[in-house]
Design a protein around this ligand. Sequence first.
Ligand SMILES: Cc1cc2nc3c(=O)[nH]c(=O)nc-3n(C[C@H](O)[C@H](O)[C@H](O)COP(=O)(O)OP(=O)(O)OC[C@H]3O[C@@H](n4cnc5c(N)ncnc54)[C@H](O)[C@@H]3O)c2cc1C
Length: 268
Amino acid sequence: MYEFKYHRPETLQQAVDLLVANEDAMLIAGGHTLVPVMKQRLASPAHLIDLSHIEGLDSIEMRDGLLAIGATAKHADVAGSPIVCEAIPALAELAGMIGDPAVRHKGTIGGSLANNDPTADYPAACLALDATIVTNKRRLESDGYFQGMFSTALEADEIITQVMFPLPKKAAYQKFRNQASRYALVGVFVAGLASDVRVAVTGAGADGVFRLTTFEEALKKSFTSKSLEGLSVLSDGLNSDLHGSAEHRAHLIGVLARRAVDSANGKT
Ligand SMILES: Cc1cc2nc3c(=O)[nH]c(=O)nc-3n(C[C@H](O)[C@H](O)[C@H](O)COP(=O)(O)OP(=O)(O)OC[C@H]3O[C@@H](n4cnc5c(N)ncnc54)[C@H](O)[C@@H]3O)c2cc1C
């Protein structure tokens, strides 16, 4: 590992000040993406600003009818939180499907959303649940937040502080794992919200997570897996690699969406 300066701020303001003051600085939370990337020399920040010791940044609570999850909440915290399990059980289940125990006890929701890996799980939940990503500067709607593979609306001096989720009436996530990495070969999150139905797909899109509006329209008419029967997904623009062809991914999207709707309806 090459030389860099490690900072351990105790408040969000200290972290922001360090980020602004130091050129070539990067935030680190769980380090489960950034450290491997640094080892491969794909990133070589001169300053690392560790968010994991900022008190309260990992809180999980209900606020104004929304589920508010702090940026440094680890996947295991979300999976095991009674608050999440009661408010949005599908989100707790999703967190419990991420990686392996080591990943779940270090990786954070903020790190995952900032990284926006095209095969990560949380982006699908945020987009389907119409979550708001809160930073030190502003509130970002999930529809405009994800801007393509490893790309988000975050600016260089912006730190995710929490993610606010409206509570769905029904929701479920289904994931077909890549057996080697455990990331999603395809993952589909369906959510019946108070006045909307949203379906988000991860793992399959060449530009990362996306909404499947044809499925959403069908589910708005009838929130049943039967209403998705006969709907096909075009393979154009889907990933094709050694793990699966675009056609295979297109097929999986349909299968997983129907399973997710059944699961959301309590038919598992
Ligand atoms: C073996 C393995 C298997 C995995 N499997 C899965 C899987 O199945 N599904 C899945 O979704 N993920 C998976 N992951 C990813 C993992 O879950 C983490 O979510 C991910 O590594 C990023 O979170 P982190 O806290 O480790 O972020 P870090 O690695 O610390 O940071 C990642 C990026 O986000 C930035 N960042 C971190 N926190 C913030 C913040 N609050 N505000 C702004 N920027 C920030 C950092 O600067 C960096 O650019 C896996 C990782 C590994 C190593």
